[in-house]
Design a protein around this ligand. Structure first.
Ligand code: SF4
Length: 422
């Protein structure tokens, strides 16, 4: 059932536009529920609000309502930061503009970034010639959407409404209490046109009919009654590509290898925490990697993340390390990011680092204090967000790696664990 699809695997659609442009009303109309607070007062939406929904005929999406742009209230700066963060994960956007208060320059700046979007005018029935658009010259080279060609307006007596639609013929409208059926259908078409960019874990590397063993320790860290998302995702990818998967605990791995026969096994994928133990058991002729490293490949640039490991050997004592956890989870005494990696890094380098943690979609607006970054497998955040983070870290010249690669390095098996991609 589409409703079972985790949010990180859904296309994310972000509502953007000035405060009080009608974003939350549209968000509620699209989701069919009052998820976002709607008010006449500008800036009512503070934190971005998200809702998983089914958009027919496209399929499952995650819709995000934002506080909006141009917020001059006391909390405006904080809200704008959160809006900026929410935009990073957008696969597509709904740019919502009140037709009486259309900031064309802002829209053109947004459209110039070539992000897939729909332009939606609200309050079109009350549009007056005093609106900002009316002050614009009648001959315009404004794009209708990011992709469209310029349009020329001829009628000097045009009303604001006409001016808007001559300048932006592909714009849609939304009236409060209306059914956004046209917007749903246009959004569905827009999303269907996007290039598929889900990325692979191993589906493009391992031949059809190969044997792959999954090693999943069932210890105090394992969630009761289920297996975790990266393992489920890999299992599904193997099924999609006709790769035979065998799932065992670390304690049964040796038997499994003996039963299948070393020569018939193409790859062993282990939980990173069992790397050292599994490395001793898996014969040299069989390739070995971890679920977390495969996620690094699917949701990032594996070459960049691999290069990022090298930096950790040269960091000065006390260096600040940015730790990015894709979700807020219960932290235990065995937590990889908070306990194991800091301890193992100290043993490996002899240095004490200053680890600073950010969880979920939180991300520092100032990267200058950090000497390096380590991100988790990112199974709970979407691929676009994961790439946006890598881009920001690259722009700030901050080396970055991920939990799986780091654990392979401190266990002395980085080369073996990444041989598959070399
Ligand atoms: S911390 Fe990262 S890898 Fe672990 S469950 Fe959360 S998002 Fe997934």
């Amino acid at each position: 059932m589409a409703n079972n699809i985790v949010n990180s695997l859904r296309k994310h659609v972000v509502l953007i536009g000035k405060t009080n442009s009608g974003k939350s009303t549209l968000f509620n109309a699209l989701t069919g529920q009052d998820n976002a607070i709607v008010s006449e007062t500008a800036g009512t939406t503070t934190d971005p609000v998200g809702k998983a929904m089914e958009l027919l005929p496209f399929g499952p999406i995650f819709l995000v309502d934002t506080a909006g742009l141009g917020d001059t209230s006391d909390l405006g700066e904080e809200r704008m930061k959160k809006t900026h963060i929410a935009c990073r994960r957008g696969d597509a956007f709904l740019y919502v503009a009140n037709s009486n208060d259309f900031d064309e320059d802002d829209y053109l700046a947004f459209a110039g970034k070539k992000r897939p979007h729909l332009l939606i005018f609200t309050e079109i029935n009350t549009a007056t010639d005093s609106a900002a658009i009316a002050a614009k010259p009648l001959t315009t080279d404004s794009p209708t959407t990011a992709q469209d060609s310029p349009t020329t307006m001829q009628d000097s007596q045009a009303t604001t409404r006409e001016r808007l639609f001559v300048a932006y013929p592909h714009a849609l409208t939304f009236a409060e209490n209306g059914d956004p059926i046209e917007i749903r259908s246009a959004l569905s078409a827009l999303l269907s046109e996007l290039e598929p960019d889900d990325g692979y874990m191993i589906g493009d590397l391992i031949p059809y009919n190969s044997n792959v063993i999954f090693v999943i320790p069932v210890d105090s860290e394992a969630p009761k009654g289920r297996i975790i998302l990266p393992q489920v995702q890999l299992l599904r990818e193997c099924l999609d590509h006709g790769i035979r998967s065998y799932v065992v605990r670390d304690s049964e791995l040796e038997d499994a290898i003996a039963t299948l026969g070393e020569a018939s096994i193409r790859l062993v994928v282990t939980d990173s925490q069992a790397f050292a133990y599994v490395n001793q058991i898996v014969p040299d002729s069989v390739q070995l990697t971890s679920f977390s490293i495969l996620l690094a490949r699917q949701k990032g640039n594996i070459t960049q993340l691999l290069e990022g490991v090298d930096a950790f050997a040269h960091l000065p004592d006390g260096a600040k390390i940015l730790m990015l956890e894709g979700c807020t989870h219960n932290h235990t005494h065995e937590d990889i990011g908070r306990v194991k990696i800091p301890k193992l890094l100290k043993e490996q380098t002899g240095k004490t680092f200053d680890f600073q943690f950010f969880s979920g979609y939180d991300f520092p607006s100032d990267l200058s204090p950090y000497a390096a970054a380590i991100q988790c497998g990112n199974c709970m955040i979407n691929r676009r967000e994961a790439f946006a983070r890598l881009e920001e870290l690259t722009a700030a010249n901050i080396p970055v790696t991920n939990y799986g690669l780091m654990l392979a390095w401190v266990n002395g098996i980085l080369e073996r664990a990444t041989e598959l991609f070399r």
